[in-house]
Design a protein around this ligand. Structure first.
Ligand code: DQA
Length: 148
């Protein structure tokens, strides 16, 4: 079966394209999904793209990624990045590697965006490269050793 990469998006990312485009860029989440699906099929993989404004959905989907034997998770947790001990624990609880992605560079922004609970548990982080970051994360995900 093709490698599956879960791509999980948190609060407000459903508004991409409309939401502060000077910070987050012009692409919608559907635009990003279409490019990821195309790139994944070129690489012999598939993506499972999801978005929720609710923390618990993201926790459940991290558990599901583990249960379904996903190759990796790409996670843009939005503002939950900076607050969610539950996401930190969920990432620690699974063996599937998690790659944190942000469209903007939180370290170049307000001080309250500098702390990331996701980064403390993730394999690595790609930030500040806009929508391209998701594609780079997909390529990285497929080059990581599969979880043991
Ligand atoms: C974001 C950065 C977060 O600080 C912010 O709350 C978001 C989007 C990004 O992709 O740049 O919602 O995760």
């Amino acid at each position: 079966m093709a490698d599956t990469i879960y791509v999980l998006n948190g609060p407000n990312l459903n508004l991409l394209g409309l939401r502060e485009p000077e910070i987050y860029g012009p692409d919608t989440l559907d635009d990003i999904a279409a490019r990821l699906e195309e790139r994944a099929s070129e690489l012999g993989a598939r993506v499972e793209m999801r978005q929720s404004n609710h923390e618990g959905h993201l926790v459940d989907w991290l558990h599901e990624a583990q249960g379904e034997g996903a190759r990796a998770v790409i996670l843009n947790a939005g503002a939950l990045t900076h607050t969610s001990l539950a996401l930190y624990d969920a990432i620690r609880a699974i063996k599937v590697p998690v790659i944190e992605v942000h469209l903007s560079n939180p370290h170049a922004r307000e001080a309250y965006r500098h702390k990331s609970y996701v980064a403390m548990a993730a394999k690595g982080t790609i930030a500040g490269l806009g929508a391209l970051g998701y594609e780079l994360a997909l390529e990285a995900a497929l080059r990581l050793p599969p979880a043991g």
